[in-house]
Design a protein around this ligand. Structure first.
Ligand SMILES: Cc1cc2nc3c(=O)[nH]c(=O)nc-3n(C[C@H](O)[C@H](O)[C@H](O)COP(=O)(O)O)c2cc1C
Length: 271
């Protein structure tokens, strides 16, 4: 598959795990990488023209309520595949992979890409905390080793010049309507199962939370959170050094997540 001379990544990753896995895979493919398109923060998201310069596009998103984060859809719909190769990677927090990978595959096919391979990884749940250590510390060494080997397999596939090289999407798509259009996805997949609590007396006004918020929901003066904008990605609670910001999760979800603490899910690779 000599047409793949460069690779590029496009990612959305509020708490950084998707980016970490995509970077690991990208690095081990060992083909020249061009600048990553990062959809996480508003500025870089909105500055992106839709142009993709790499021959192979790694597309990484976390799973939000079993599907693609709705905030990314307008941006992913700018992609023009025109027969280029793509490698979708989804990451979920050890609860349920849902249909996120299938839907991302479908979306990329719909945008005109061919699928070279696909993978679903597991990482620390965005809702995790000291009291609820769901998949805490993941991706761990084992996950990163799997990501590394996956990259190597992709590299072999690129070098093998296989004619029928596209990953068998049909296998991934069982029962899924993978041709649904952008406008058919849920408009906003925020569900009020969780929220961020601000305790001003702990705040040291470092403004890290303002910097990492993917939606600009934190006022840069008062540091109050616009609850209507916030989609509970918990990027802010992760970076807060003084426990001024804390995740508050409804009890039913905490109870359910507790039952999953010892049930380690593993990555799934399709190549
Ligand atoms: C709003 C929201 C919804 C989520 N839904 C799911 C889910 O359906 N299944 C799951 O296993 N994890 C779910 N997670 C956890 C994330 O998929 C997981 O933590 C992922 O590693 C976050 O990626 P990031 O570090 O790139 O932001 C959800 C997280 C958030 C913030």
């Amino acid at each position: 598959m000599s047409e793949i001379k460069t690779i590029q990544s496009i990612v959305f990753s509020p708490t950084g795990t998707t980016r970490q896995i995509v970077d690991r895979v990208s690095k081990s493919i060992g083909v020249e990488a061009v600048d990553t398109i990062d959809l996480t923060l508003p500025k870089s998201r909105d500055e992106w023209t839709g142009e993709v310069t790499g021959d192979l596009l790694l597309v990484g998103v976390p799973t939000y309520y079993d599907t693609i984060p709705s905030i990314t859809l307008n941006y992913l719909s700018k992609l023009q595949g025109k027969g280029k190769w793509a490698l979708p990677i989804t990451v979920y927090g050890n609860v349920s992979p849902g249909a996120c990978l299938q839907e991302l595959c479908g979306l990329l096919k719909f945008r005109g890409f061919r699928l070279l391979a696909a993978a679903n990884f597991v990482a620390e749940n965005s809702f995790a905390s000291k009291d609820l250590p769901l998949a805490i510390g993941r991706p761990d060494d084992k996950d990163l080793y799997i990501a590394y080997n996956f990259g190597k397999m992709v590299r072999e596939k690129i070098n093998s010049n296989l004619v029928e090289a596209e990953v068998d999407v049909a296998d991934l798509m069982i029962g899924q309507n993978y041709t649904r259009k952008i406008e058919e996805y849920p408009e906003n997949n925020v569900i009020n199962l969780a929220r961020v609590e601000f305790n001003e007396s702990n705040c040291i006004r470092c403004f890290s939370c303002v910097e990492v918020c993917p939606i600009g929901a934190i006022d840069s003066e008062s540091l109050t959170i616009n609850d209507g904008l916030c989609f509970r990605c918990f990027a802010c609670t992760r970076v807060c050094p003084s426990e001024a910001l804390k995740p508050v999760i409804v009890k039913d979800i905490v109870d359910y997540f507790q039952t999953l603490l010892d049930k380690r899910q593993e990555p799934s690779l399709y190549i």
